[in-house]
Design a protein around this ligand. Structure first.
Ligand code: GSH
Length: 214
C-alpha cells in the first residue's frame, strides 16, 4: 500500500491526474470505479461528498476537485518542475491554465450527457448541444492563441499542459481541432510523451460525435 491512491474512471477527468502522477514519477495505486451510481454510495462519498471522480488519497486524507488535486500534487513534489510556485513569473498563467481546463471539461461533460447519457433522443436539446460544441471551439481558439512555443508556458512543459491537453482530448470528440495548426502540433507533442496514459476502456464508443439536427 503506497500513500497515494487515485480513484479513477477511464476517459474521465481522473485521466488528468493519472497523467500527472506518471509525469511526477511517484509511486501510486489506482482504484478503478464504474461510472454509475456506485459513485453515490457511502464508500465513495467518503472520498468526495459530491460523488465525482477524480478523488485522490494523499497524506492520509482525501482530496477532490481536479484543479485542487493538481495543485496539491505539484506542490508536494516540486522537484519534478511541473508547477510554477507563487511569486514565479509564470505563476498566474500556470494557475489560469490549470483551472481553464475545467471550463473545457464542463462543455465536454454537457456534450457527453447529451450524446451518451440521455438515451431517449427526445430528451436531448440539439440547440444546447450546438451551443456547447461552439463554446468548445472558442476554448480551442484560446489555446491556439496562447501557443507561441512548444508548451503553454514559455518556461517549458508543466502541469498546465497536462490539465488543458487532457481536457482538450475529451472535448475534441465534440469539436474538431481543425486548422488550428499550433494546437494540433501541441496535442501531438503531449500525446507523444511517455507518461501520457493510454485510454483503457471508458465511456466513449467513437472518436467524434456530430451535433444532431434540430
Ligand atoms: N469540477 C469537478 C468535476 C468532477 C466531475 O464532474 N467528474 C465527472 C467525470 S469527468 C463525474 O464524476 N461525473 C459523475 C456524475 O456526474 O455523476 C472536478 O474537476 O473534479
Amino acid at each position: 500500500m503506497t500513500g497515494i491512491v487515485l480513484h479513477h474512471v477511464p476517459q474521465s477527468r481522473s485521466q488528468r491526474v493519472l497523467w500527472l502522477l506518471r509525469e511526477l514519477g511517484v509511486m501510486f495505486e489506482v482504484r478503478e470505479w464504474p461510472f454509475d451510481k456506485t459513485l453515490r454510495g457511502e464508500e465513495f462519498l467518503a472520498l468526495n461528498p459530491v460523488g465525482r471522480v477524480p478523488a485522490l488519497e494523499i497524506d492520509g486524507r482525501p482530496v477532490w476537485e481536479t484543479g485542487a488535486i493538481l495543485q496539491v500534487l505539484c506542490e508536494r513534489f516540486p522537484d519534478a518542475g511541473l508547477d510554477r510556485a507563487p511569486g514565479h513569473a509564470e505563476w498566474i498563467d500556470w494557475l489560469i491554465q490549470i483551472h481553464f481546463a475545467e471550463t473545457i471539461s464542463q462543455h465536454a461533460a454537457v456534450l457527453t450527457q447529451g450524446h451518451l447519457m440521455l438515451r431517449d433522443p427526445s430528451t436531448r436539446s440539439p440547440v444546447v448541444m450546438k451551443l456547447e460544441a461552439a463554446r468548445v471551439g472558442k476554448c480551442f481558439d484560446a489555446i491556439e492563441a496562447r501557443l507561441d512555443g512548444d508548451w503553454l508556458l514559455r518556461g517549458g512543459f508543466s502541469a498546465a499542459d497536462v490539465a488543458v491537453a487532457q481536457a482538450a482530448v475529451m472535448a475534441r470528440r465534440f469539436h474538431r481541432v481543425g486548422d488550428r495548426a499550433r494546437m494540433a502540433a501541441w496535442m501531438d507533442r503531449c500525446e507523444a510523451r511517455e507518461a501520457f496514459p493510454a485510454e483503457d476502456g471508458g465511456l466513449y464508443d467513437r472518436d467524434f460525435y456530430e451535433v444532431p439536427d434540430a
